[in-house]
Design a protein around this ligand. Structure first.
Ligand SMILES: [Zn+2]
Length: 423
């Protein structure tokens, strides 16, 4: 299934560019990786929600990515990800995108037709029993009941993914896009056994996915580090990788199928486990880091001082006074302690150094403030509302902003995950 046409390489990084001004700075991080000896393919992702908040269209991301690729003479592949799309939202992405993250999390737990469940359980009866995964000591023990329960919980979501896949297929043709299925925006993590069974259902549905984004255990809050049990994450990640390998060998899914980690950005503490697992199993990963480029812009702006710093302070003040409304859509993926948010008056008295150290994600730094960071992370709507005032200063502070964006993406994400270097 899906062994010809567009293929995603072993290592790839998904990166977001809310205001479509940093594609070149982001691509520069992939160029640096190449110089360090590792090919990391860039994928620009922007969700429908982000387009709506900012008032942009996918064509703007296409134009920015193509221009960056030309400017830096990037000759390797690159992709544009229609991130978290559904049947209702996919349309506007069809002309510009060649990577589709089909989000079916809302359909998890909805009942599939009984006849479909029966058919799946009959067809995949051989999964019941002991499954030995290469490189893993303890086999998966799957009962007929597990198979039925998992089908009950996930089959409707997989069938929905099939519908969305076929809609994209009809518009773009076979091999002209990379399909991903995402199930990360839900309450409960999927276990590796569930992942294996879900992959069987995806294969049965005929979706040649090249990446799959499960929900892992622990908290993946936006723009801040992982909160959870690290050894458990590591064990789960290893088992997920082994389940994927089994699915490739036995279900006929594309041989380059790999995990997509929707990190919500800056999950520094899980990077060593991801890197170690990739080395042990000789597999790749797709790492989505999405929204921190916007924070890189803000840091660069504050660092520039003068008008840049003044605008960064104004954005904080606006975000502070609209904090409830800005946080509401992200309630499940942020943990802001209001008592730790400085007042706008306090922030207005800050130097560049004070602003950037509060915002820059350096967990050991006493001045770092994760509540302020998360508020600004979801506060891009404030900048979007400023329109040309925001974008104009992006251009006049371009050099310092670009350096922040490239350094952040390369030193703190690409190097630890793909090269095993600690930031
Ligand atoms: Zn996601």
């Amino acid at each position: 299934m899906g062994e010809s046409g567009l293929r995603l390489s072993k290592y790839s990084v998904g990166t977001g560019d809310r205001f479509a001004h940093q594609a070149k700075a982001q691509l520069q991080a992939c160029v640096q990786a190449l110089h360090a000896g590792v090919e990391v393919i860039p994928v620009w992702n922007k969700s429908n929600r982000e387009h709506n908040i900012i008032g942009s269209e996918p064509t703007s991301i296409r134009a920015a990515a193509d221009a960056a690729v030309r400017a830096l003479n990037w000759t390797l592949p690159y992709f544009l990800d229609a991130d978290h799309i559904t049947l209702e939202t996919v349309g506007r992405f069809l002309a510009s995108c060649d990577f589709y993250t089909i989000d079916v999390a809302d359909f998890i737990g909805q009942p599939a037709a009984q006849v479909d469940i029966d058919e799946f359980v009959r067809h995949r009866a051989s999964l019941a029993g002991r499954i030995h995964l290469p490189g893993i000591d303890d086999p998966f023990e799957i009962t007929a009941d597990d198979l039925r329960q998992t089908a009950h919980k996930f089959l409707a979501a997989v069938k929905k993914a099939g519908q969305v896949y076929r809609a994209i297929f009809a518009a773009k043709g076979e091999g002209n896009f990379i399909p991903e299925v995402s199930m990360d925006e839900t309450d409960r993590a999927q276990s590796p056994v569930e992942l294996l069974i879900i992959l069987a259902a995806i294969a049965d549905e005929g979706i040649p996915i090249q990446t799959i984004a499960p929900k892992f255990s622990g908290r993946f809050n936006k723009g801040v580090d992982y909160v959870g049990d690290l050894p458990q994450f590591h064990r789960e990640f290893v088992l997920d990788v082994a389940a994927i390998r089994y699915a490739v060998d036995h279900f006929g899914l594309p041989s380059n199928l790999k995990l997509s980690v929707h990190s919500g950005s800056d999950k520094f503490s899980i990077y060593p486990a991801i890197h170690a697992t990739m080395k042990t199993f000789n597999v790749g990963v797709h790492l989505k880091t999405a929204g921190t480029t916007w924070l890189g812009e803000l840091i660069g702006r504050a660092e520039a001082g003068g008008d840049g710093l003044a605008l960064a302070k104004e954005i904080y003040a606006e975000a502070f006074s609209h904090r409830e409304e800005l946080c509401a859509p992200y309630a499940t993926v942020i943990d802001i302690d209001s008592a730790r948010l400085p007042s706008p008056t306090e922030v207005n008295a800050w130097t560049s150094e004070q602003y950037t150290s509060a915002l820059r994600h350096v967990p050991g730094n006493k001045a770092y403030n994760s509540s302020l960071r998360q508020l600004l992370h979801v506060g891009f709507k404030v900048a979007a509302k400023m329109g040309p005032r925001y974008l104009g200063l992006l251009e006049s502070n371009e050099a310092v902003i670009a350096r922040n964006v490239t350094e952040n993406l390369y030193n703190r994400h690409i190097a630890p995950v793909f090269l095993g270097l600690n930031a």
